[in-house]
Ligand binder design. Structure first.
Ligand SMILES: NC(=O)c1ccc[n+]([C@@H]2O[C@H](COP(=O)([O-])OP(=O)(O)OC[C@H]3O[C@@H](n4cnc5c(N)ncnc54)[C@H](O)[C@@H]3O)[C@@H](O)[C@H]2O)c1
Length: 250
C-alpha cells in the first residue's frame, strides 16, 4: 500500500490511545473508523474525541485548530462494534490492551478480513512486532509495522515506526508518511526479538531503575530525585511524580 493511496484508517480499540490516534488522523484529513466491543465504550470514546481535556472542542478553545477544521474532523470519525466495518480500510492500527495473545488474535482476524494490500500496525508499548504477527499469512508480512504513539496522543507528537525483517520499504514509508501528515515526529526502530519497549519505554525504564536505586540506597528522597530531574533537565514530571500521573512543581 502506497502512502498516496491511504484514505481510510481503522483503529481497533477506542480506549486511552485509540481515541487520540483516531483524532489526530481525522484532523489530518483521513476517514477513520474506530472499532471497540460495546456501544457504551464507543460513546465514551466519542466524548473523549469531541469534548474531553485533549479533545477537539478544547483544541478550538485553545486556538490550536479552527472550528470548521474541528467539525470536519469530527464528521470523519465513525464508531462501530462490527469488525467487518474496517475491512475496506487501507491501514488498521490496533490499540487493544497490552496482551500478546489478544494482539495476535486481533492481527489474525484482521488478516482474514481486510484487503490484501492493507497495512496492519500495532500501537503496542513494546512487544516484538514479529511476535504479534505470528499468526498472519506470509503474504501479509511485508505489510506489518509498529506505530507506537505516546499518551496523550493529541499533545505528544512522538511516533516510533518499528519495522520487522519482513516489513517492506513501501510499508515503512507509508507508516512514516501518514504519521508525518498527522504532525508526528517519527523515529524509526528495528524490531528486535528478546526486547521490550523500543526507544521511549526502554530509555524511560532505565532512567527509572536508576532513580529507584538512588532512593533505595538512601542517597536522596523521591522528592529530591524528581526535583533534580525537573529543574535540571526540564522533565515535565519526575519519575516518582510520573508514576502517580503528575509531577510536583517547584
Ligand atoms: N495508555 C498509555 O499511556 C499507552 C501509551 C502508549 C501505548 N499504549 C499501548 O496502547 C494499547 C492500548 O492501550 P490503552 O491504554 O489505550 O488501553 P485501554 O484499555 O484504555 O483501551 C483498550 C480498548 O481496546 C478495547 N478492546 C479489547 N479487545 C478488543 C478487540 N478485540 N477489538 C477492538 N477493541 C478491543 C477495549 O474495550 C478498550 O476500550 C496497549 O497496547 C498499550 O500498551 C498505551
Amino acid at each position: 500500500m502506497q502512502l498516496e493511496k491511504i484514505r481510510h484508517i481503522g483503529v481497533l480499540g477506542g480506549g486511552v490511545m485509540g481515541g487520540g490516534i483516531a483524532q489526530v488522523f481525522a484532523v489530518a484529513g483521513y476517514d477513520v473508523t474506530i472499532r471497540d466491543l460495546t456501544q457504551e465504550i464507543l460513546d465514551d470514546t466519542a466524548s473523549e474525541v469531541c469534548d474531553r481535556k485533549w479533545g477537539l472542542k478544547r483544541a478550538t478553545e485553545r486556538g490550536k485548530i479552527g472550528f470548521d477544521q474541528a467539525a470536519a474532523a469530527i464528521a470523519r470519525v465513525s464508531y462501530t462494534t462490527n469488525l467487518d466495518a474496517v475491512s475496506d480500510c487501507d491501514l488498521i492500527i490496533e490499540a487493544v490492551p497490552e496482551k500478546l495473545e489478544l494482539k495476535q488474535t486481533v492481527f489474525k482476524e484482521l488478516d482474514e478480513r481486510v484487503k490484501p494490500e492493507a497495512i496492519l500496525a500495532s500501537n503496542t508499548s513494546g512487544f516484538v512486532i514479529a511476535e504479534i504477527a505470528a499468526q498472519v499469512s506470509s503474504a501479509r508480512l511485508p505489510l506489518i509495522v509498529g506505530m507506537h504513539f505516546s499518551n496523550p496522543v493529541p499533545v505528544m507528537r512522538m511516533c516510533e515506526v518499528i519495522y520487522t525483517q519482513d516489513t517492506s520499504p513501501a510499508t515503512i514509508e507509508a507508516a512514516r508518511g501518514v504519521a508525518e501528515k498527522a504532525n508526528r515526529a517519527v523515529s524509526l526502530v528495528k524490531d528486535m526479538p528478546g526486547t521490550y519497549g523500543f526507544i521511549l519505554n526502554r530509555v524511560f525504564a532505565a532512567a527509572q531503575r536508576e532513580a529507584m536505586k538512588i532512593v533505595e540506597d538512601g542517597l536522596a528522597s523521591e522528592e529530591d530525585v524528581d526535583k533534580a530531574m525537573m529543574t535540571g533537565r526540564n522533565w515535565p514530571a519526575g519519575f516518582f511524580g510520573h508514576r502517580g500521573g503528575i509531577g510536583k512543581q517547584w
